[in-house]
Design a binder for this molecule. Structure first.
Ligand SMILES: Nc1nc2c(ncn2[C@@H]2O[C@H](COP(=O)(O)OP(=O)(O)OP(=O)(O)O)[C@@H](O)[C@H]2O)c(=O)[nH]1
Ligand SMILES: [Mg+2]
Length: 449
């Protein structure tokens, strides 16, 4: 790990300034070799210097160089950042110069990887750096920052400490029963402690759902029989003629996606082909896709026609969305009511002619996902499948402990599950880790991070 790495940290293209970052024990020395202006090896930490990057006699660019000496740097190694003029040619030339001078091109995410391996940040914080770079909205940014600044890591550490504390107390009770100062670990004492851990873990998981919404929005599919008005609803919600609308059944053949915002959350609306039995080859493919989308969407809006009696197809559709999170939108309320719908939950009525009921539809979505209550500043979210899986596994172990406690199983038998949970949360923040996993994680990073 001692070698000096270099990467272009800004995106390579047209721009006023580019930053080339160098990290490693001899970062200052390497840059100094190609710098004209002053002796950087004598520079104080966290200072900026004006001068030229040179290749022998040739001046390559007029630059500002920041020198940051270990250990108070991002990687905890010496870091030098060259602020040069932007554009591809200049930036690449300086990068090449550094490589000929003995620096190695960094792998994607290697700066952050070093920060982690050198103990400067936890694995959760490192993953959040990647989320921060990927952030497209203000909510995403604030959420990622909560990860970067260690809030999430601290929450996990606290839970982990509590588990360790319990394990330690159990051990003391077993090994030193005569030791008077030790807390007597009874089943009741443990229950209280372990239930707290359970609820902390559950909170992390339920927040993760909100985190996913902030990060990737909500996929909402409009499904139903042909001609009930799915495409019209899409257009009305978007306020734009995005999808073709005709009175011919089977107008929409393919999936149409469009994005809108509701309370600052991205909604991905998916208009689908009307579902019916058909011999038409193209339409059939569309119908199959619609059925798949019912499975994959976060929320399904089943559209029914107020002006027609409930058909067998409608009934089948109602059956197929029963287990999914769904809203039933009874469309065409401007026409006579012929629909015989039993009392059902989550029904919104309206039409796309005078736009009645569409606000109610939006309001229903807001309610279902508590979009008006999302406060990204207070909440700390797990951000990916790896993290969520680990917390789930830890929770399963904790729940096992609780079950065993209810059955009055001897206390020394509970330790194994507590240790497992401790271990899983350790992997989560990177306090125990496998090299291969770490390599894989950091490869997803942009270069220069
Ligand atoms: N009266 C009335 N007609 C509507 C309403 N919404 C849609 N329509 C009409 O219903 C017909 C079908 O509308 P579409 O939006 O194409 O229906 P669809 O569900 O997308 O149909 P497919 O793409 O074939 O599955 C069109 O003639 C629309 O003008 C409504 O609220 N009231
Ligand atoms: Mg359509």
């Amino acid at each position: 790990m001692e070698d000096t790495i270099v990467a272009i940290s800004t995106s390579l293209g047209r721009g006023a300034i580019s930053i080339i970052r160098v990290s490693g024990n001899d970062a200052v020395y390497r840059v100094n070799n190609i710098f004209k202006g002053k002796d950087l090896t004598k520079a104080k930490s966290h200072t900026i210097h004006y001068g030229y990057i040179v290749d022998g006699e040739e001046e390559i660019d007029e630059v500002l160089v920041s020198v940051m000496i270990a250990p108070k740097t991002f990687t905890t190694e010496d870091i030098v950042e060259i602020n040069c003029h932007g554009g591809i040619a200049t930036t690449n030339r300086i990068l090449e110069l550094l490589v000929t001078n003995g620096a190695r091109i960094a792998e994607p995410g290697e700066f952050t990887k070093r920060a982690f391996l050198n103990g400067r940040i936890s694995l959760l914080e490192a993953e959040s750096v990647s989320d921060l770079i990927e952030s497209k909205s203000e909510k995403q940014r604030v959420m990622a920052l909560n990860g970067v600044n260690g809030r999430l890591t601290n929450m996990v550490r606290k839970i982990r400490d509590n588990i360790l504390n319990i394990v330690a107390n159990i051990e003391v009770n077993i090994d030193y029963p005569e030791y008077d100062d030790a807390i007597e670990v009874t089943h009741d004492y443990l229950k209280k402690q372990v239930y707290t851990i359970e609820s902390d873990l559950k909170l992390l998981l339920s927040n993760a759902r909100v985190g996913k919404i902030i990060r990737s929005g909500i996929d909402i599919a409009l499904v139903g029989r042909p001609n009930v008005g799915k495409s019209s609803i899409l257009n009305a919600l978007l306020n734009e003629e995005k999808a073709i609308v005709t009175d011919i059944s089977g107008t929409t053949r393919d999936v149409i996606e469009a994005s809108m915002s509701l309370n600052g959350i991205e909604i991905i609306l998916i208009d689908t082909a009307g579902i019916r039995e058909t011999e038409d080859v193209v339409e059939k493919i569309g119908v199959d896709k619609s059925k798949q989308i019912i499975e994959s969407a976060d929320l399904v809006i089943l559209v029914l026609n107020n002006n027609e009696e409930l058909t067998k197809d409608d009934q089948e559709l109602l059956e197929s969305i029963k287990e999914k999170s769904h809203i039933i939108f009874v469309n065409k309320t401007d026409l006579d009511e012929r629909l015989n719908l039993k009392t059902m939950q989550n029904v919104v009525r309206g039409n796309t002619k005078d736009l009645n009921g569409l606000e109610n539809l939006k309001q229903k979505i807001i309610e279902m996902y508590n979009l008006d209550k999302i406060n990204e500043k207070d909440l700390t979210y797990l951000s990916n499948v790896r993290q969520i899986t680990l917390v789930k596994e830890a929770l399963e172990n904790i729940e096992q402990v609780l079950q065993d406690l209810e059955k009055n199983i001897p206390i020394d038998m509970l330790e194994i599950h507590l240790r497992n949970a401790f271990e899983q949360l350790g992997i989560l923040i990177g306090e125990t880790y496998e090299d291969e996993l770490i390599d894989k994680l950091f490869k997803n990073f942009c270069l220069g991070k």
